[in-house]
Design a binder for this molecule. Structure first.
Ligand code: ATP
Ligand code: MG
Length: 357
């Protein structure tokens, strides 16, 4: 199969980790007889420096023309003092909006090879952790109108609006149910319907959608309880379906309990057009350019690209297996280093994965 991939390496460790992901994609293409072509474009701080805009028009059109977008990370201290519209992070927010990427998929998994790094009690960690947060990305209190800060009765008053219409809820619920069918067939919808009207509608619409997905087990949980259950017993979850703000908080919580920021991939997808695949971590300016970053989150994001973007499940499985084999063989980057293991740099870790493919 022929596929074109737009590379957005970005800032900090972005270029180093994307280079490792590209190596893995090239090796996978060769093995399965696919043809992947790559085109690089500017985003974030690199784009501010190169084109005066964190998301130049040329980048948007290259992304639109591609079958998938593969992003490293954006941002760094160099650009921290710019006006809000000129921040590197704006580039990322704008590309998601431009491409209508309303669904953010963030798996949190604990590979048995790395159980030692997990922040959970060992008896809980032993039950394993393999869940996926499906977070709505373009609505909710983050975008709702009206919003503002004004003086009311002589007091400065800040307000935002939590808002979802049924169509927005249906399309994200659809992503969750469809994804659950490819996993363990369970969806837990997380909201706060005991106090919020927006959540009450959310729950209602999710239950309506569920009629088309009777084979998927659906449960409902208030967000406060979900935050607790994630730490108490994450093995109860398969797919967590939730809105923008609850998803922001829960997906960070779910990823940090695995204890390995440098290991976790993510995908953002829309109704049509290319999806965007990136590691969940940031640009790590403190270690940029030193060849010490962990490339595995980025490599696992390539696996998500193949599975979700290109329907290449077998190819994705193989990449994931190669990553686990490299870990089982004792190779570690600095962030996941344990006594008695072999310490590798970013590039060598990429090589080990390619060899195991
Ligand atoms: P952002 O604001 O972009 O979400 P952040 O500033 O919160 O990101 P990161 O840039 O992800 O955080 O870095 C947090 C810490 O984790 C840093 O010390 C960084 O070096 C480390 N880190 C992040 N990614 C990796 C990686 N792939 N390999 C090794 N260390 C990493
Ligand atoms: Mg940061």
């Amino acid at each position: 199969m022929k596929k074109s991939i737009c590379l957005l390496p970005g800032d900090g460790i972005g270029p180093e980790i994307i280079a490792q992901g590209v190596k893995v994609l090239e090796a996978t293409a060769e093995k399965f007889g696919h043809e992947f072509t790559f085109e690089t474009a500017l985003i974030g701080g690199a784009a501010i420096d190169g084109a005066g805009d964190p998301l130049p028009e040329a980048t948007v059109s290259k992304c639109r023309g591609a079958d998938a977008i593969y992003l490293g990370a954006v941002g760094g201290p160099k650009w921290d003092n710019l006006t809000p519209e000129l921040r590197p992070e704006k580039g990322l927010l704008r590309i998601r909006k431009e491409l209508g990427l309303f669904a953010n998929l963030r798996p949190a998994m604990l590979l048995p090879e790395l159980a030692g790094a997990c922040l959970l009690r060992s008896d809980i960690a032993a039950k394993g952790l393999d869940l996926l947060v499906v977070r709505e990305l373009t609505g909710d209190v983050y975008f709702g109108e009206p919003r503002g800060i004004e003086t009311r009765d002589g007091l400065r008053t800040g307000y935002n609006t939590m808002i979802y219409n049924e169509e927005e809820i249906r399309r994200i619920a659809w992503v969750a149910f469809e994804t659950a069918r490819k996993r363990r067939n369970k969806v837990c919808s997380v909201e706060k319907s005991n106090v919020l009207e927006c959540s009450r509608l959310w729950k209602e619409v999710v239950m309506e959608m569920h009629r088309e997905y009777a084979d998927v087990e659906l449960s409902h949980m208030y967000v406060d309880n979900a935050a607790m259950q994630l730490v108490r017993d994450p093995s109860q979850f398969d797919v967590i379906l939730t809105g923008n703000i609850f998803g922001d908080i829960l997906s960070d919580e779910a990823s940090v309990i695995t204890g390995s920021l440098g290991m976790l991939p993510s995908a953002s997808t829309g109704a049509e057009g290319p999806g965007l695949f990136e590691p969940i971590h940031g640009s790590a300016p403190d270690i940029a350019g030193q060849d010490v970053a962990n490339p595995l989150a980025t490599i696992l994001s390539a696996a998500m690209m193949l599975r979700l973007g290109f329907d290449m499940a077998e190819e994705a499985d193989l990449i994931e297996k190669a990553v686990r084999k490299a870990l089982a063989d004792g190779y570690r980057t600095a962030d996941i280093m344990e006594p008695g293991k072999d310490l590798l740099g970013c590039k060598s870790m990429g090589d080990k994965v390619v060899e195991r493919l």
